[in-house]
Design a protein around this ligand. Structure first.
Ligand SMILES: [Zn+2]
Ligand SMILES: [Zn+2]
Length: 763
């Protein structure tokens, strides 16, 4: 965002900062008195309305009494009908003109057409127009503009074509009207034809028409032409500036849009609420948005009265969330006089989607916890949550595996009657599925009144993740039988079920069905499922052959699956070859490097160890601290390895050590580092693994959760072998179901087994 122009405030008047001063040699705007700058438009001058010698009511009375007047009386009287939109008065005057025969005067008839359209009576206007024996260009223009004003662009265009056919030359006002009709119709082709016609009618018109043309191109989505017309436009008002700025936002050209906004300020054009909204969405779309410019824009929009505009406020909220400034985002709703559900939804959705601000991987849950807090505040207010609120807050629960909280929200949804909505119900199925509560997921799915392809995919994924492969495949078949077109995601779910269940033929069948019958090109997700399946079966050569045959370039995840497979099936030479291919990709995550380091260490290939370390340094790979969190009742606890920061420390460690001792009795062999470079490091690593975060979180859960309730833990990186084997035994020792969702897989430990089939845990 370094090159992004930023706005600074000084004193009571917004000023552009030094950076912007460098951008332009012109004197900076908004340094003068603000009072006369609130509108760029010329004020309406009194000369526009003709002096009225006669009182309107009196004149109307006289007309109704049959008094004869000169025809010049009608136009000013008709103009007076416009402001109060008095159709009855316009009709009375019209009748009088018929009686006096003045309606045959084109000047009077045009005034009638104009008054009727401005009173919303285009039908009457058209009638008068049709009856006119002599028309002029003003009459045509009045009718065309009238149609545009009354949201009937089709008829405006129709009349415009008739006008040309009758041999009339349009004037600027006619072009303005018909270009607006093109905007309303989003008809770029017609707009271009009119542009060509304007060119034919003379260059001076182009200059005058620049703003309208730019508007038309902006609204019809042709940014390039919009900018061209804009640049050669003589008169640019705030509407034109705003149209071209928002066209930049629509085309994702944030930098250009912001530069234009700055130019607009230089021209002393004061932004309207619409401009502020467009600029806010430009900021939102910026790739590298930073907190500084966000805060400056916030302050600037307060000065312009934009904070009260909910679109601006929503954008500001997204901007803050994007910068990770949660406090600033939530503060926006603190200042709200009344809760607006759209803003609250924006906040909850933003927070639920965010992955925390901890750079080392810690505290990933904090934003989701914040989303739940905002939802609680909403419950205390008089604002009712809607289906979007429920959907977003359920996503936060899913992210935290906060089943209890999710169940409460389900109850609230029942009360609010939003259960007919497919999106929020799908979030419900997802929440139950990802919390490992497959029965409730199934129930929520079966009770859905309307299902989308996403709902089906979500339920298939839920079965697949929870180790219910047969049901996953059956449901997929049911989906096809119901005539629902499967999506890319549904195929990933069914392929992963086949992969877990090692059903090679079925997997191939679905893989080909996807490509040949549904025309969906496989992506890395589908390839990963297939490779994963071969590796599980120990068919490493088949996995490589599949890659060769399908002719795709494996990504980091697929190479990691292959390396893990090669190692667990004792094919070290192939593992080293694969590792070289992976390293050539310059992997992005620390987990991948740890996998490689462990592999090289255990093979005592110290040169490779230092090679990997160098790449980590060169690529500036952030270190991820081992972290897990557990949600019990409405509290979320976060643990790191060997974490002693909790008040229940002693109890947790004593309980865990006791479990470790008992587990040893039934075959557990605690991890002992033997490949570390020195003795001290060895001890440290052994200690860390012994108290990895998920072990502590599970111990905490076993102490605090109500008995029989499964323990649900989320981990930020993949589980290690040691934790995996210990948790399997703990599930036996405590007769409890333990669910761990790590960065790569879903592990459901029950009676000494894990749903993942012991596959894919890092070594
Ligand atoms: Zn571990
Ligand atoms: Zn597992």
């Amino acid at each position: 965002m370094a090159s992004l122009p930023s706005l600074a405030l000084s004193g009571s008047v917004p000023k552009l900062d030094d950076y912007l001063r460098k951008l332009s040699n012109n004197p900076l705007p908004f340094e003068k008195d603000l009072s006369n700058q609130h509108s760029s438009r010329e004020p309406e001058t009194s000369s526009r309305t003709s002096p009225q010698p006669i009182d309107f009511k009196q004149a109307l009375q006289l007309l109704q009494e049959g008094t004869e007047f000169n025809s010049t009386i009608y136009a000013p009287l008709l103009r007076q009908c416009i402001e109060p939109k008095s159709l009855s008065s316009a009709k009375a005057i019209h009748s009088h003109t018929i009686r006096t025969g003045c309606c045959s005067d084109p000047y009077v008839a045009t005034a009638i057409v104009n008054a009727y359209t401005k009173c919303g009576a285009t039908y009457h206007a058209q009638q008068v127009f049709d009856e006119m024996s002599v028309r002029n260009v003003t009459t045509w223009t009045a009718l065309i503009s009238g149609y545009v004003r009354n949201s009937d662009p089709q008829n405006a265009v129709k009349m415009f074509i008739k006008m040309l056919e009758s041999g009339w030359e349009p004037v600027c006002f006619t072009f303005w009207a018909v270009l607006n009709a093109c905007c309303d119709l989003y008809n770029l082709k017609l707009g271009e034809q009119i542009h060509a016609y304007i060119i034919k009618s003379g260059v001076s018109s182009i200059v005058a028409m620049g703003g309208s043309l730019s508007n038309m191109y902006s609204k019809c989505g042709n940014l390039e032409s919009a900018i061209k017309s804009f640049e050669c436009s003589e008169y640019k008002d705030v509407v034109t500036w705003t149209a071209v700025i928002s066209a930049c936002a629509d085309s994702g050209r944030s930098q250009l849009g912001l530069r234009l906004f700055i130019d607009m300020l230089h021209e002393n054009i004061w932004p309207t609420r619409v401009t502020l909204t467009s600029v806010a969405s430009l900021f939102c779309a910026s790739q590298d948005l930073q907190l500084g410019p966000t805060k400056q824009y916030h302050a600037f929009s307060i000065k312009c009265g934009g904070e009260s505009v909910f679109q601006v406020r929503n954008c500001l909220m997204y901007m803050y969330l994007k910068c990770g400034a949660i406090e600033d985002a939530t503060r926006l709703i603190d200042n709200m006089t009344s809760f607006n559900i759209v803003t609250i939804n924006a906040l909850i959705a933003g927070l639920s989607k965010m992955m925390g601000s901890g750079k080392d991987g810690t505290d990933l849950s904090s934003t989701k916890v914040e989303a739940l807090k905002v939802f609680k505040r909403l419950k205390r207010s008089f604002t009712k949550p809607d289906m979007f609120t429920f959907s977003s807050v359920l996503n936060a629960c899913t992210g935290l595996m906060a089943l209890e909280c999710g169940t409460q929200i389900h109850a609230q949804m029942l009360k609010s009657g939003v259960l007919s909505d497919a999106v929020s119900c799908t979030s419900l199925v997802n929440m139950y599925g990802k919390c490992g509560n497959i029965e409730d997921a199934k129930k929520a799915f079966s009770e859905m009144q309307a299902r989308t392809a996403v709902s089906w995919s979500t339920m298939i994924a839920a079965y697949s993740q929870n180790g219910r492969y047969k049901e996953a495949i059956e449901l997929f078949e049911e989906m096809l039988a119901a005539g629902v077109k499967p999506t890319l995601v549904s195929f990933i779910s069914v392929l992963s079920a086949c992969s877990y269940a090692c059903l090679v033929d079925k997997a191939y069948y679905y893989f080909n069905l996807m490509k040949d019958h549904y025309g969906i090109e496989p992506d890395t997700g589908h390839y990963a499922c297939m490779v994963d399946m071969f590796v599980r079966l120990g068919r490493i050569t088949d996995a490589f052959e599949f890659i060769e045959r399908e002719n795709f370039e494996p990504n980091e995840i697929i190479w990691c699956i292959l390396i893990a497979g090669c190692r667990s099936h004792g094919n070290t030479s192939l593992a080293f070859y694969t590792a070289d291919r992976l390293l050539a990709l310059k992997p992005k995550t620390m987990e991948t490097y740890i996998l490689l380091l462990n592999m090289y260490k255990s093979a005592e290939r110290w040169e490779d160890v230092s090679r990997v370390r160098t790449i980590i340094k060169e690529e500036n790979i952030p270190y991820i601290r081992d972290g897990s969190w557990i949600s019990i009742k409405d509290k979320v606890k976060y643990f790191v390895a060997s974490d002693r920061s909790h008040s229940e420390n002693d109890e947790i460690f004593v309980f865990l050590e006791d479990l470790i001792e008992k587990a040893k009795g039934i075959g557990y062999e605690p991890y002992k580092a033997i490949h570390a470079s020195d003795g001290e490091e060895e001890k440290k690593e052994t200690r860390l693994v012994r108290h990895h975060s998920e072990k502590l979180a599970v111990a905490f859960g076993l102490i605090n959760a109500s008995c029989r309730e499964p323990i649900r833990v989320i981990k930020n990186i993949s589980m290690c072998k040691d934790c995996h084997s210990l948790l399997k035994l703990i599930s036996v020792l405590t007769d409890r179901e333990i669910i761990v969702r790590d960065s790569k897989r879903f592990h459901k430990f029950k009676e000494g087994e894990c749903s993942c089939g012991d596959f894919g845990v890092s070594t």
